[in-house]
Design a protein around this ligand. Structure first.
Ligand code: WAQ
Ligand code: MG
Length: 294
């Protein structure tokens, strides 16, 4: 991929009836479009939710060159059961500056399931901020460069995590975290068979949470929490429309405990703020490679 010239957004969406089966997207050079489309079609036809009756593909020249960002660092938290994983998710969100009220609201939205996009919540008061609550906000116009994808696949393989789902979610979460005014994201897959979710935040990275739901459960969804409620429509526009490309990866870590995660952050910020310190509720905007979306 060179410059911003000849880069395309390729998007796939598969449905049965009006129910969503699967979706995927990326940013590719002209020469990679054919191969990508074939891979997306195969993916849509072999989904655990069953076969789709409609498959839509959209190939669109990027309106402008993508902004380049780094992927969030990845780790996996030790969890024992849905209650434990959810408790830890809530703790992480609180430490990223999200209020108890907003966290409760997000979990209620996610347990209802059935949204196409994400709920956009005020991190302080928990108010819903997206114009269309049924649809939510869609993070779109995102992708990862060929080089970064190679490095990511190699690093994920070492931890036995090289699955399309993990790669897609990391790219999405990295774009979301790059937006100005994002405090954190909570995600639970809507796939009945996929029970790992995550919390992501600029100051925490991408923290995977195995066992966050029971196998077979239809709950699932995403919530984005913002500290800039008054700029919600600008934030939604950035998430939906601004092309963003992951051009570099960060550390792909091991399975760690909550304590380990805290130690990692303390280690990373010598003399700086303890991102996960008990009293610290403002660590959210403390770091992160190049905040975008202004
Ligand atoms: N923008 C905003 N929200 C979305 C988008 C999007 N592009 N795509 C999906 N959602 C919302 C929607 O409400 C779905 O119901 C929900 O997210 C879950 O989507 O590290 O598989 O595609 O092991 O089921 C994360 C863990 C997996 C990966 C996430 O999400 C790992 C996943 P799904
Ligand atoms: Mg799904």
């Amino acid at each position: 991929m060179k410059g911003g010239k000849g880069l395309y957004s390729v998007r796939m969406r598969a449905e049965r009836g009006h129910a969503h089966i699967s979706g995927a997207e990326g940013i590719f050079g002209e020469n990679d479009i054919g191969e990508t489309v074939l891979a997306y079609v195969a993916r849509a036809l072999h989904h655990s939710k069953g076969a789709p009756d409609t498959l839509e593909l959209k190939v669109e020249l990027l309106p402008r060159p993508p902004a380049l960002i780094s992927a969030l660092p990845v780790c996996t938290l030790k969890t024992t059961c849905p209650a434990d994983a959810k408790r830890k998710a809530a703790l992480l969100l609180a430490r990223a500056g999200v209020s108890e009220r907003a966290i409760g609201k997000a979990f209620r939205i996610l347990s209802a399931g059935r949204m196409r996009g994400a709920a956009l919540l005020d991190a302080a008061g928990g108010e819903r901020l997206e114009p269309d609550r049924k649809r939510g906000v869609r993070a779109s116009m995102l992708g990862i460069s060929r080089g970064a994808m190679k490095s990511l696949e190699a690093a994920l393989s070492e931890k036995k995590l090289d699955h399309p789902r993990v790669k897609d979610a990391l790219v999405l979460a990295s774009k979301v975290a790059s937006a100005d005014g994002i405090a954190a994201e909570l995600c639970i897959s809507d796939d009945p068979d996929y029970t790992t979710g995550y919390v992501a935040a600029p100051a925490l990275g991408y923290v995977r949470l195995p066992r966050i739901k029971k196998k077979g459960s239809l709950e699932g969804g995403r919530a984005f929490f913002t500290t800039k409620a008054s700029a919600a429509s600008r934030l939604a526009r950035y998430l939906e429309e601004t092309p963003v490309l992951v051009g570099k990866i960060s550390e792909i870590g091991d399975i760690i405990t909550l304590h380990g995660l805290q130690a990692r952050h303390n280690h990373r910020k010598p003399g700086g703020k303890k991102i996960l310190g008990k009293k610290d509720r403002t660590g959210r905007a403390a770091s992160g490679p190049g905040r975008l979306g202004r």
